[in-house]
Design a protein around this ligand. Structure first.
Ligand code: FES
Ligand code: FES
Length: 152
């Protein structure tokens, strides 16, 4: 399967129906994308495909042939992104397990909606966090929007 992974071309030897999540974790050795539920309910496995947030546990790897996939490893690989900096400022993570998925979903949201309202956040960020970091997360999303706008 040929696609672009974190801005580099890759050819993975994976069956077409294999979920992208497991192709990333097992065949590309990128384990930042997490398994939570496997049924598109929790968002722990969120990656971006051509800029859209996608739940990789229910996406066959064949669906990303020729497309650009970005995982948490491809965000802020040289320096923390505005979203990651906002997350640190707000001290969002508790156990941290769900956080890559939230950061990917937020990165995709801000690319489309640079100044999200609470309603925009509610509509776009439907990931689950068992530690209940939602208030800190919402503050971090708004802070990330400010940092992104300021070009910081
Ligand atoms: S593991 Fe994919 S949505 Fe939960
Ligand atoms: S920080 Fe623990 S599940 Fe979200």
């Amino acid at each position: 399967m040929n696609f672009t992974l974190n801005q580099k071309p890759v050819a993975l030897d994976a069956p077409p129906e294999k979920p992208l999540l497991w192709a990333l974790r097992e065949d590309a050795a990128l384990t930042g994308t997490k398994f939570g539920c496997g049924i598109a309910a929790c968002g722990a496995c969120t990656v971006m495909v051509d800029g859209q947030a996608v739940r990789s546990c229910v996406t066959p790897v064949s669906a990303v042939a020729g497309k650009a996939v970005t995982t948490i490893e491809g965000v802020g690989d040289k320096a923390p992104s505005p979203v990651q900096r906002a997350w640190i400022e707000q001290q969002v993570p508790q156990c941290g397990y769900c956080q890559p998925g939230f950061i990917m979903a937020t990165t995709a949201l801000l690319a489309k909606t640079p100044n999200p309202t609470d309603a925009d956040i509610d509509a776009a960020i439907t990931n689950l966090c068992r530690c209940g970091t939602y208030p800190a997360m919402r503050a971090a999303i708004k802070r990330a929007a400010e940092l992104t706008k300021a070009g910081a």
